[in-house]
Design a protein around this ligand. Structure first.
Ligand code: SF4
Length: 165
């Protein structure tokens, strides 16, 4: 099976391997879930002025800014609590851009906290991304999802009803 890893899968990878499997097998999370809704609203209302959305292969980049010769890609996130998974997602985008010959830097935006974080694809982080891509592919190939293991993130997860019923 030829399987395309997406930025969303990369983000899930740092949170929950079961979520990776569910997402890869296209069990769509509850669209009405408040956290998903908040994420969507912030996405629509913040950084309106310099907002652009580009589609890149199977990836949608939330924001692109070109400052001098630098290409900056941005991701708007509702909270820095999930900074690690947001960072992996952005690194994945940077990796995909590099594969296409585009060298870029990334910035994470946390508008509610007025915080920004620069994200750069160093050789070490690139290795980490390649490793994660391979592991995501491996998880997705399994016939069944990894067993349900309750974690703090579950209460914010769109698959909560599915996992806990
Ligand atoms: S509810 Fe919990 S175990 Fe289930 S997919 Fe979400 S984070 Fe993973």
């Amino acid at each position: 099976m030829e399987f395309e890893v997406t930025g969303a899968l990369m983000q899930s990878y740092t949170i929950c391997k079961r979520q990776v499997w569910l997402m890869a097998h296209q069990l769509v999370p509850d669209q009405e879930h408040p956290y998903i809704e908040i994420g969507r609203l912030i996405d629509e209302n913040s950084y309106q002025r310099d907002r652009k959305k580009i589609h890149f292969e199977n990836v949608v980049l939330d924001l692109v800014r070109i400052e001098k010769d630098n290409i900056l890609i941005g991701e708007v996130k509702k909270s820095s609590k999930a900074a690690e998974s947001a960072k992996m997602q952005l690194l994945f985008y940077l990796y995909k851009l590099k594969q296409s010959g585009i060298s870029a830097k990334g910035q994470l935006f946390f508008p509610e906290e007025r915080k920004r974080e620069i994200v750069e694809l160093t050789p070490e982080l690139e290795d980490k991304i390649i490793e994660a891509i391979n592991e995501i592919k491996e998880i997705a190939l399994h016939e069944l999802p990894p067993a349900f293991l309750k974690i703090p993130y579950c209460k914010n997860c769109g698959y909560k009803e599915f996992c806990m019923s």
